[in-house]
Write a protein that binds this ligand. Structure first.
Ligand code: ZN
Length: 315
């Protein structure tokens, strides 16, 4: 998540170097069984509903690659899957820029930066799917400088741009929180908020916060910032990817460790005085996985070629 995509605070994270680009296998190829998500309940999920299955039934790939997916079909499918209408967000979610009609190659990435747009164009993609899109409610209503260059590159290539912010953080299977938890061995047991933006789960084996920090460092390829007691024994962990530092207050008394992407100056004091250990593992680093999982899902469902491009960001 992001409070302000244009002005982020840094937390001095070590830059672990470029993250390898991942190229999803084509559906049906060995080792890539089509992802199937179960049918289930609809609507905004509550604490109990946070572990409810995905709202739509998602069959495996049914379209041969010779038949491209059209933009509107993909837009409708994504809106049904991610339900952006259930969220009050800082941006418009869904198809942000309409490009060419037929889509064969999909590039995914965290932020629709110029570097990512150019990478998508270089790979011959017809669609770009991101977590942080091009348009934010806090932005000035003008297109100059770097904003103009981003959009000019998109329009010149007739590139479709899809962006999902909070709906992608919260999705119970493909979302950033759930996908990060999977990489850290954190089984999601629910959420601390009604929108599902703050996940909570138990560690299979209790460990000191510093041991969990080492696990995070290994999984994400960079050292997290740790504030509070490093020797606190963690059983229950709350986490929120991206700029989730303000949610630490909801986690006080309900988890021993709070993991998020960014930290603010006051977050450290809340951790120290609230009896909870903070791990801030990087906004970008914690939000790499939802969009990858979603891209792989779409590739399997629609027979698309999917390429995930990681434009490294030390924040
Ligand atoms: Zn974010």
């Amino acid at each position: 998540m992001a409070d302000d995509p244009d002005g982020r605070s840094t937390i001095g994270l070590r830059d672990a170097g470029p993250f390898p680009e991942r190229i999803a296998r084509r559906p049906g190829s060995p080792g890539h069984p089509p992802r199937r998500l179960p049918a289930g309940s609809r609507g905004r999920w509550s604490l109990l509903a946070a572990v409810a299955p995905c709202p739509v039934s998602l069959p495996p790939a049914v379209l041969p690659r010779e038949i491209p997916t059209d933009t509107q079909t993909l837009a409708d499918y994504l809106d049904t899957l991610l339900r952006p209408g259930d969220f009050r967000d800082y941006c418009a979610n869904g198809l942000q820029v309409e490009g060419q009609r037929n889509i064969r190659t999909l590039v995914t990435g965290v932020t629709a930066s110029l570097a990512l747009i150019e990478a998508a164009v270089a790979r011959g993609a017809q669609a770009l799917l991101v977590h942080h899109g091009l348009f934010w409610r806090s932005a000035p209503g003008v297109l100059t400088g770097w904003r103009r260059r981003r959009l000019a590159a998109v329009l010149a290539a007739e590139l479709n741009v899809f962006a999902y912010h909070l709906p992608l953080d919260a999705h119970p299977e493909l979302g950033n929180n759930t996908q990060l938890g999977l990489r850290l061995g954190l089984a999601r047991g629910g959420s601390l908020d009604a929108a599902g933006l703050v996940a909570v789960g138990e560690l299979t084996e209790p460990m000191e916060a510093r041991e969990l920090a080492a696990r995070v460092a290994q999984a994400l390829g960079r050292e997290p910032l740790l504030a509070g007691d490093p020797a606190r024994v963690a059983r229950r962990v709350a986490w929120c990817t991206g700029a989730g530092q303000s949610f630490i207050e909801q986690a006080v008394g309900r988890a021993e460790v709070f993991l998020t992407g960014e930290a603010s100056e006051q977050t450290v004091h809340v951790a120290r005085e609230g009896g909870i250990t903070l791990l801030a593992a990087g906004h970008h680093a914690t939000e790499r996985y939802g969009v990858q999982a979603l891209g792989e899902h779409l590739a399997a469902r629609f027979g698309l070629e999917h390429v995930h491009v990681d434009i490294d960001n030390p924040v």
